[in-house]
Design a protein around this ligand. Sequence first.
Ligand code: SAH
Length: 228
Amino acid sequence: MITFDIITIFPNFFKSFLNESIIKRAQGKKLIRIRVFDLRDWAKDKHRTVDDKPFGGGRGMVLKLEPIYRALLNLKAQNAKLTKTILFSPRGKKFSQKMAHRYSKLQRVVLICGRYEGVDERVARHLVDEQLSIGDYVLMGGEVPAMTVIESVSRLIPGVLGHSELLEERMPKQKGRSSRAFTEYPQYTRPEIFVPKSGVKWPVPKILLQGHHQKIKTWREKRRKTIL
Ligand code: SAH
């Protein structure tokens, strides 16, 4: 079982994420475990302060080093076997399917969600294994990136996706190509023809309706996108 430990100042963000659909079922089947920790639990003052003004001036607030340090110490996350500690940052390494595969082999992934103007740089320098960005845009916090990583990693764990969700045929079987590659091609379902208000019909490509498997395969092959 893989454990995802999330450190956040907004634990409620994860309530529905944890309790819906595949992620819920995967926890029930003990294939994954997700624990959400409130960073404020590791603050020391009565106001449970986790942020402070940036040295050198500038706008906004920065997440402090000490609560994160204490959190990781408490979770025994550092130098633990098969554990990776990740800090989300728009300046981090770009997250990819390849990394999702690597993480799916771990026992534990600790995800630190930044907020405000970011996180004291000493966290990145001394406390984490990797800084991850989920793309070249700036979000408000690391909570959505944490969900992104958890979803993409979890679906790679055997048993998490059911038969109806896992399309075996998407795994290219040809020699020389990694069996980890996923192929995405256009999908259609009923109705065969949809007529919008304009009256100009939106039909499903005929080839998909004729039951000629080789032709369908070729058609999909031409339009697929492979995600490595
Ligand atoms: N002024 C900051 C913005 C921080 S955004 C800067 O430009 O660096 C606040 C937090 O959101 C970050 O600390 C990070 O944890 C998270 N975040 C924002 N965009 C992200 C992205 N593309 N990928 C991963 N995390 C991101």
